[in-house]
Design a protein around this ligand. Structure first.
Ligand SMILES: [Zn+2]
Ligand SMILES: [Zn+2]
Length: 162
């Protein structure tokens, strides 16, 4: 009668509320005109609840722990890709991790992630100045922008104050 748990030692999870998440269950399926399959919705819910970046392997662990059944990695990768492609989730290249979108912002809006080196917290910000600056660079160079995700490393307010 022993249950195996995923190894701990993860950063302390944010409080499990969905208020910071633009795609909480009450609002899911709206805005993007998307109907999510059960497994995609589950992954999105887990990312919203985590409130921090979660790697694909860790997501598999979380799903396995919740349901007692280990999902096929490829199905998790595909679901994450789908959520990223549809703007519900962002991929943080520097962390190789995924984060539920906190805004429900426009598809062509630049997203700035402020990533704390110390506590690992990630804040998602949007900036009109960054948007227009990026549009200017793209116009000058004739570059067709696909991804507008900017990752900034540093210290969050709490860590800087400590
Ligand atoms: Zn976002
Ligand atoms: Zn910090």
């Amino acid at each position: 009668m022993s249950t195996t748990r995923a190894p701990t030692g993860k950063p302390t999870a944010a409080p499990r509320d969905h208020s910071h998440c633009a795609h909480d269950p009450a609002r899911a399926h709206h805005g993007h005109g998307l109907s999510l399959t059960h497994s995609r919705q589950r992954i999105l819910d887990e990312l919203c609840a985590a409130g921090r970046p979660v790697g694909a392997y860790e997501m598999i662990d979380i799903l396995a722990e919740r349901s007692g059944k280990r999902p096929a990695p490829i199905s998790v990768y595909r679901a994450l890709d789908f959520l990223v492609d549809n703007g519900l989730v962002h991929r943080l290249a520097s962390r190789n991790a995924f984060l539920a979108c906190a805004h429900g912002h426009g598809e062509r809006e630049a997203v700035v992630f402020l990533i704390c080196d110390q506590c690992g917290s990630v804040e998602e910000a949007v900036s009109n100045a960054v948007n227009s600056g990026l549009a200017g660079v793209a116009a000058q160079t004739g570059f067709a922008v696909r991804s507008r995700v900017i990752e900034i490393a540093g210290q969050c307010r709490a860590c800087a104050a400590a």
